[in-house]
Design a protein around this ligand. Sequence first.
Ligand code: 9WN
Length: 462
Amino acid sequence: DVDVYDPSALAGSLHRRAADVLEANWTGTSTVPSRGLYPHQWSWDSAFIAIGLRHLSPLRAQTELETLLDAQWGDGRIPHIVFNPSVPLDAYFPSPDFWRSSTAGRAAGAPLTTQTSGIVQPPVHALAAWLVHRSDPGLSRARGFLSRVYPRLAAWHRYLLHRRDLGGGGLASVVHPWEQGMDNSPTWDAPLARITPAPARSFRRADLDHGAAEDRPTDLDYGRYVRLATDYRDGGYRDRAGGGYRDRAGGGYRDRAGGGNRAGHGEFGVEDPAFNALLIASEHALARIAKELGATDTARHARAERLTAALVERLWDPAEGMFFCRDVIGDELVPERSVSGLLPLLLPGLPRAIVAALVRTAHGPRFGLGDSTRLAPSYDLTGEAFDPHRYWRGPAWFNTNWLLERGLRLHGETGRADALRAAFLTTAGESGFAEYVDPYTGEACGALGFGWTAALTLDLLH
Ligand code: 9WN
């Protein structure tokens, strides 16, 4: 009887459709987030994609991460985009001729032949490498996968923990909204307001060729993104941490030379809860990788615990029951409620009271889980800036919901994790593996056949 509801058959076809998306987005050495909108390799996308790909081909999943790591800079940074030289320059903006990595990034050790961007994205990579290893330890050992990626991942974390500790409190800062990955979140509105936008005629957006303008960031946002990236590039992609720029007595930022912003970079610096939680989760994963490779010291786990304490001390707001971003320029919390502020739920070492508060906030009126929304929105439903369709200002994204599901399960919230998993799978399938969806209706927004949506679907099916 064809009308009989058969969940296993549905799961089977969902699995096949998700696998088809990853097959279609595979280039031979890595996976594009989307053939039209994002035709290159993106850093955190690749980490999430590898986590799903491991269920189809552990070899491809290893290759995905190794391709990304081959583009690592000498100073340890993993660039947020690795450009595919066979894609036309005008297919994506900003293109390699904007970033000029091999020349402008020379002092920071950018690769000579591969073209990349010069900013970073959230460090999901060590977590991904560990999960990929676990999917086929035999193949991983035979290929020496972990011993090859370990030193690179360690250098990546060193870069973030030293060169990016702009606030002086032990956490990593992002210097551009694209680095945190939630480009136009209302969290950035205040820190971005001090940035003079680049003139609209000085660049051409390629994203509007593929996405609806009302679902994408505004031209004003783009002007500021371009200004920040240009200034960072023109300063040779140098980072300002480690030189004692922090004026501890005054609490504000002081230029070492005392003369305003050096080379123009340094106007934007934010400690973000999700970025740092992913760094900590990846630090725990690096500890497991080190152990698998025969190391005996427990320094990495201890460091992850210290970072968790710093995260709580610097970003937790007990009255609000969630984490906030800290603007390191003004040294103050940014009072905007982004889903980023729930993602530390991922961490094993979080105090129980904080876990309980995060679960309450996620299931309360601001994020609506288990009640008004299908999936957690990217931003507070009751916030003034909430918009159910505009990119990171409200729509639900699948990577953040996968992280929340993982956090709920880790902390024993099995019923809630099961409910979120079911909603994730239904919405991913119905939306055609959309990039993001209306959090209430699940209506598809942005690109379809999106890489991490398909990959994380596969992961939750396993
Ligand atoms: C800029 C690729 C990336 C994601 C980001 C998402 C979006 C780029 C853009 O697409 O950002 O990096 O052009 O809008 O915000 O999280 O990694 O999928």
